[in-house]
Write a protein that binds this ligand. Structure first.
Ligand code: CO8
Length: 259
């Protein structure tokens, strides 16, 4: 349990809660605590799905500019590598993850939201990669994850200009997946996450590994990855139980142990 980042677990859903007023700026300590929370959410069997949440006001305003400004080259390269590693640990949580985005998700804040499988946003949010206005570029996945998500030309527009994007455009661009009333952001994200709390955990893990791993490969090798992950599920109780349930009781009635 960190000072600024904590993992709260209830009924199979883990919430990684950022809590560093006023805008959840990502400093060295937040970076380290995000990595710890990612590892805890990965390791704990009672966490079956994860929500990234910055509270009702704002998701995250980016890396801590005041801490970053005076760093030496050696210090910023250490910090940049560590932040990227922590965000990669979040992206690699082998369970469904969703970011509940309120207020602003800017710079490292948007990069944080991009580590999730899905983004639910309030209709008043503003997202963007404003680093160019500081004379730098995104350094914790923005040039990579955003370009892969929305395509290179749209990502270049956002990264070259640094402009803030409102909820409606963010939805149209595919940066966020769902726009809801600001007060409903967490509950809508929670409803999505909760449906996996009693799901076939190993099949969900395989689905995420196949999609995310396959996107880094050519089609032929992606299909090989899929085949090996698919066939490995015959080692699970959930495959045996899921198919037996279908044969005996018809579709959609199976219950899963996550084993
Ligand atoms: N870092 C540090 N302090 C911040 C940050 C930040 N990113 N954002 C806001 N604050 C502080 C403000 O300075 C202010 O502090 P104080 O009250 O002491 O004056 C307080 O938070 C509130 O901010 P505002 O008064 O500006 O509040 P507004 O509601 O008017 O605006 C915004 C909020 C829109 C979030 C605005 O503050 C803003 O534009 N912030 C900067 C956004 C930004 O540029 N983010 C990108 C940062 S760079 C980055 O994320 C790189 C990531 C990759 C790093 C990899 C390492 C190599």
């Amino acid at each position: 349990m960190g000072e600024f980042v904590r993992l709260e677990v209830a009924d199979g859903v883990g919430t990684i809660r950022l809590d560093r007023a006023p805008v959840n700026a990502l400093n060295n300590q937040v970076q380290a605590e995000l990595g710890e929370a990612a590892r805890e959410a990965t390791d704990r069997a009672d966490v079956r799905a994860v929500i990234l949440y910055g509270g009702e006001k704002t998701f995250a305003g980016g890396a801590d500019i005041k801490e970053m400004a005076a760093k030496s080259y050696a210090e910023i390269s250490t910090f940049g590598t560590a932040l990227t590693n922590s965000l990669t640990a979040l992206a690699e949580i082998p369970k469904p993850t969703v970011a509940a985005v309120t207020g602003y998700a800017l710079g490292g804040g948007l990069e944080l939201a991009l580590t999730a499988d899905r983004r639910v946003a309030g209709d008043n949010v503003k997202v963007g990669q404003p680093e160019i206005q500081l004379g730098i570029i995104p350094g914790a996945g923005g040039t990579q994850r955003l370009a892969r998500l929305i395509g290179p030309s749209k990502a270049k527009d956002l990264i070259y200009t640094g402009r803030f994007v409102k909820a409606e455009e963010a939805l149209a661009l595919g940066i966020v997946d769902e726009v809801v009333a600001p007060d409903d952001v967490y509950s809508v994200a929670h409803k999505w996450a909760a449906q996996f709390a009693n799901g076939p955990a190993l099949a969900l893990r395989a689905a995420k590994a196949a999609i995310d791993g396959g996107l880094d490969l050519d089609l032929r090798n992606g299909l090989k990855l899929e085949t090996s992950l698919f066939t490995a599920l015959w080692a699970t109780e959930d495959q045996a139980g899921g198919m037996a349930s279908f044969i005996e009781n018809g579709p959609g009635k199976a219950t899963f142990e996550g084993k």
